[in-house]
Design a binder for this molecule. Structure first.
Ligand code: UT7
Length: 330
């Protein structure tokens, strides 16, 4: 029987520092009312000076390992989805591996911006399905506060820092049922951060995130609707069979517009962007953890995880949840 990848552990980390919309009003020409009405965001977390993508990831990963009853030395592979690694190289995943003491694990980073976590889940699924890798740590971690222009109101109000992690293990039942990944590089200029080797960066000393908000907004709704339909169909299910939709948390208006287009009942759509803003690759695993904590995921449920972001890119996965959240694992 073909091996599937099943989620057996989960964890999240949010920095302590809360940055409210009211505080942002003092820095840029914005208002709490504008941010809330256009995005649904009330506050976000900001990493302390000594926190990085790898240190946040380690906190989330330790929780995930504990839930899965795993010793870090049992891990075969670590995939870190991030676009804000501590260093260009070595990989953030290597730093995580060392901090965890996961001495047996191979480690690499995956860059698919806000779609990164779903891309990494799909990658772990393929490694496990092909055999040879049984226990994989997948972590989404981003520290956008370091790449935002805090004078640019059109971007700085939208993002926050955080990390989320899951353990995926080989199984013959449950787990990932289907996934869809996509990319449209023709939209690369709509959402980007210049790289170290980008000549415009050298010329303009501009290393901040740049975004065409309205264009990304349209792309996001269109893509989330299409990817949701496709991934559910690929799993031989219908939208009604999905118990919870966990979308990338960028803007509650985007999530609600996609949900409306798909006629999803609001109680089946998870939203926590109000408290964390857009945490990029961390947003889906953080939302997954909170959905579990809130008792919104039960054994036997079908989940749809759907992300979109820079690339432009998108990724979706249907998961049959066969861990018992109350027992913290089976
Ligand atoms: O992970 C993927 C990352 N990105 C996204 O998902 C973002 C997708 N886009 C969006 O979420 C929305 O496009 C935004 C929230 C970024 C913007 O909302 P919008 O409804 O598309 O507003 P807009 O960009 O069309 O701007 C409307 C007005 C403009 O003023 P004028 O030109 O009408 O006078 C902006 O200058 O709002 C102004 N504005 C602001 N006003 C107060 C833009 N940012 C702000 C702000 N505070 N922070």
């Amino acid at each position: 029987m073909a091996l599937r990848a099943r989620i057996t552990g989960w964890g999240k980390y949010l920095p302590q520092r809360i940055l409210t919309n009211r505080e942002l009003e003092k820095w840029v020409d914005t208002s709490d009312a504008w941010i809330r009405s256009r995005t649904g965001i009330r506050e976000r977390r900001i990493a302390a000076d000594d926190e990085t993508a790898s240190t946040m990831a380690v906190e989330a990963s330790r929780q995930a390992l504990e839930v899965a009853h795993l010793n870090p030395k049992e891990l075969d592979l670590i995939i870190a989805a991030t676009v804000t690694p501590d260093k260009v190289f070595p990989a953030c995943a290597s730093l995580i591996q060392h901090q965890l003491g996961a001495s047996k694990a191979a480690a690499f980073d995956l860059n698919a911006a806000c779609s990164g976590f779903v891309y990494a889940l799909a990658t772990a699924n393929q490694f496990i399905g092909a055999g040879g890798f049984e226990k994989v740590l997948v972590v989404g971690t981003d520290v956008y506060s370091r790449i935002l222009d805090w004078r640019d109101r059109s971007t700085c109000v939208l993002f926050g820092d955080g990390a989320g992690a899951v353990i995926m293990e080989a199984s013959t039942q449950g787990g990932s049922l289907s996934f869809v990944l996509g990319s449209d590089g023709s939209g690369a200029d709509l959402l980007y951060v210049p790289g170290l080797c980008d000549s415009t960066l050298v010329a303009n000393d501009h290393h901040y995130l740049t975004m065409n908000g309205p264009e990304v907004f349209k792309f996001a709704i269109h893509t989330m609707v299409g990817a949701t339909k496709q991934v559910v169909e690929t799993a031989h299910l219908t939208l009604d069979d999905i118990d919870l939709f966990i979308y990338h948390q960028a803007n509650s208006r985007i999530i609600q517009a996609a949900a409306k287009s798909l006629s999803l009942p609001p109680h089946k759509v998870f939203i926590n962007v109000d408290r964390y803003g857009n945490t990029s690759a961390a947003s889906i695993p953080i939302a997954l953890c909170e959905a579990i904590e809130e008792g919104r995921i039960q054994k036997g449920d079908h989940l749809a995880l759907v992300g979109f972001g820079g690339g432009l890119s998108w990724g979706a996965m249907v998961v049959e949840w066969d861990s018992d959240p109350l027992e913290k694992n089976v």
